[in-house]
Each structure stands twice: as structure tokens, then as C-alpha cells.
Design a protein around this ligand. Sequence first.
Ligand code: FAD
Length: 425
Amino acid sequence: MNPSGTPYWWTTAPALAVPEAPLPARTDVAIVGGGYTGLAAAREIAIRGGRVCLLEAETVGWGASSRNGGQVLTGLPIDAGTLIHRYGRQAARAWFAWALEAIDALERLIADEAIDCEFVRCGHIEAAAKPSHFDAARHERDLLAREFGHEVRILPPADAALELGSEGYCGLVVDDRSARLHPARYVRGLARAAVRAGAGLHERTRVRRIEPDGAALRVETDRGVLRAAEVIVATNGYTGPAVPDLRRRLVAIGSYMIATAPIPADVALRLIPRRRVVYDSWNLLHYFHLAPDGRLLFGGRATFATPSPRALRRSAARLHADLVRIFPALAGVPVESAWGGQVGIARDRLPHAGRLGRWHYAAGYAGQGIAPATALGRALARRLMGEAPEDPPFTLPCPAIPLYRGRPWFLPAVGAWYGLRDRLS
Ligand SMILES: Cc1cc2nc3c(=O)[nH]c(=O)nc-3n(C[C@H](O)[C@H](O)[C@H](O)COP(=O)(O)OP(=O)(O)OC[C@H]3O[C@@H](n4cnc5c(N)ncnc54)[C@H](O)[C@@H]3O)c2cc1C
């Protein structure tokens, strides 16, 4: 296999035509980065009558927002027990409620803007890879019900075939509230909605530097200079040297996916009968679901390295081997595309938003960013426009990571540590 790196999603979403326009000299708000965070913020500011100019280094949606697994999951990147232990019951409840509301708000936004992105409340399955993981899942189920009033169902191995046609797991958790969507259709639809509201989008406009300029900020780009009263940095896993202060707080980690050729309908029905989205409990996890056209979309942390042709080749081969181990019936089904993207992870693995010096940011969604990035982009915009949403991600500091300036030298060791924990747990 010699993967081109083009995401399956790009070839199955209508193209987005963003006309090239000169940069204005001034704007109320400049936004750096054109994924869910930046676009959701741009739309919100424009709806409220603000002048907003979004600057994207590549093309709109080019980053993780058009490359991801399409799983809109309940919960947060850390489990309920850790959340309560770290922040106390009240704060944990606020975080959990915020994450659930983010999905409801995403569904409403998609309906209001009539974005054709295959959004469906299909529910998710978490597959326990080891008996100890299944015990932990039962404990988590009790905690979710008791502390957050959130009900999920446990399926022991004997009943698992009702939901997942794989012998590779030791029991399942099913949560009906999760959803899936087509990420590239969603991000491009969100961009159209932002433009309709009056936002200006500028592609191939990399921001090089942001510096104070009297009461305003001077934003230096490849295509000229812009002055803005406020700046939102929405670069998440692609945060680079233009914003060293944010870069020190986020680690960019690679996540990879493959898409198979269409699977015959009778086989697909045996593999994932209710077409839910699935992820498993390994630290180096797998996530997968069936696309409407019958392809299996399968992703995972095959390597933590950021995408390169070598990392892509190695991860595609490893993901395919894992896929066949989980679903031996798919051994003969070819892989048609493979790609990777970067997620941004903060030290506490939770999303964060707020102010760094003179500008604002929202980032750190780990592998769970579709609903949270949309919600935080909107909340940040509302704050800039004079409202005061108190979403939990504004309440915690996002500390710099010790001995880290943007080159994640420790990732091979972290990957090896997680691999070891998977073998020993
Ligand atoms: C393979 C993969 C699978 C994932 N699966 C899921 C999933 O199933 N469910 C889920 O909820 N989340 C998932 N995620 C995470 C989710 O995709 C992200 O959290 C979300 O897309 C982040 O959106 P964003 O707008 O903050 O950042 P991005 O979409 O990454 O956008 C950042 C943008 O900033 C631009 N940029 C960077 N620097 C500059 C600069 N100097 N000037 C101008 N522009 C700049 C980049 O070009 C990029 O387009 C996954 C991510 C990956 C990579």
C-alpha cells in the first residue's frame, strides 16, 4: 500500500469555493485557523454584527476538522472518576453537562443552518479489550448514573453479538446519545454558514506574528498585515511558531485512519448491526464505524508521530492488521485510502479557552473535538461580543508543559509507555 494521504472525507464532500479577496486593513476580530473552532466563532461574531476576518494557512477545514473519525461522543477525554477526583463533584457535573449540551447545540446548529452532513444519533459502543477493562466499564456505568444521571447499558460477552460482530472484546458499553457525522461536509457547511452571516474567509493566508499595536493587535500574514481589535487563535493541533505561548501548552499528536472498499451489506450487518460508532478501551485505541456507502472507516493511534509519508505508510499497515484482527471476515477487503491528522492535547487532557496575553484561544480537545470545538468557538465569540458564558473550559488554567517548546521529544517514550500499559493492564 502506498497511501496518498487524501482523506476519504475530502472525496465525498461537495467542494467549498472560497473566492480570493484582498485582506482588509482593519477588522473587529481576526481569527487564526479555519476549523470548527475558528468557523463557529466567525459565524457567531458575524451574526452579532461584528466585522470578522478568518485567516487559514491552507484551505478552510484542511486540519483535523476534515480528517477526523466523525464520532460525536458523550463524555470527556478523561473518565468520570478522574474528573470527580480532580475537580470535585460539582465541577465534574458542570463539565459533564457542558459536554452533553455541546452535542445538543451541535444538532440544533446543523438543523438551523440546514447543513447536509449525515448527522445521526446512532449511539456509541465502547468495546472492552480486557476483562479488567470491562470491570472498569461497569464501575464507570454506575458512576455516570449516580453522579451525572447519565444512563448507559452494559452488554456481557454473551450478548455482545447483538451490537458488534467481533470475538476480540470482553464486553461492551452502549450509549444511545452519541452521534456521527461526515466531518468534511460539516466543516464546509459551517464555513458556508459563516459566510452567509457576513464573515470574511481568507485561505492560504498563514499568520506569522501577532503583536500589540496601540490598543489593537497587528497580525502579520503571508498576504499582508491586518489590524484587529481582538484576535482568536484557533489552531489547536496545528499550533505553530506564530503563537509560541500557546504552543508550549499543547502537544500535537498524530491520529490515523484508513477506509476500506465497500463491504457487502450482509457482512456489514453482522459486523456492526445497528451502525453505531465504536471505539475500544486500549490506551492506543481503535475507533471505527460504517459509512453510509458501506465502507469501514477505521482509525487509531498507530503511532503518535505527526503525519509524514513514512508515518502514514507504517500506520496504514498497522491499522489494517488491527482491523483484520478485530474483523477476520474483512481480510480480503482492500484498503482504498489512508490519511492522518493532528490532535492538540493539553496537560490535563481537557479542552481550554481563555486569554493568553492580548489574544484569545480555544483548544485542547484531544480526540474529542467535533462538538466541543464548535461549542467553545461559539462561547469565545459571545464573550468577545460582551456576553459572559461561563463554560467550564474557561475556568481552568492551561499550564505550559515543562521542558517543552513545541517539539514533542517525549512522544516515543509516551507511546511506548501506553503500549506497555496495554500489555500489562
Ligand atoms: C484522525 C483524527 C480523528 C479524530 N476523530 C475524532 C472523532 O471521531 N470525534 C471527535 O469529536 N474528534 C475527533 N478528532 C479531533 C477533532 O477533529 C478536532 O478536535 C477538531 O477538528 C479541532 O478543530 P479546530 O478547529 O480546533 O482545529 P483544526 O480543525 O485542526 O484547525 C486548525 C487550523 O489552523 C490552521 N492553522 C495553523 N496555524 C496557522 C497559522 N499560523 N495561520 C493560519 N492558519 C493556521 C491549520 O491549517 C488548520 O486548518 C480527530 C482528529 C483526528 C486528527
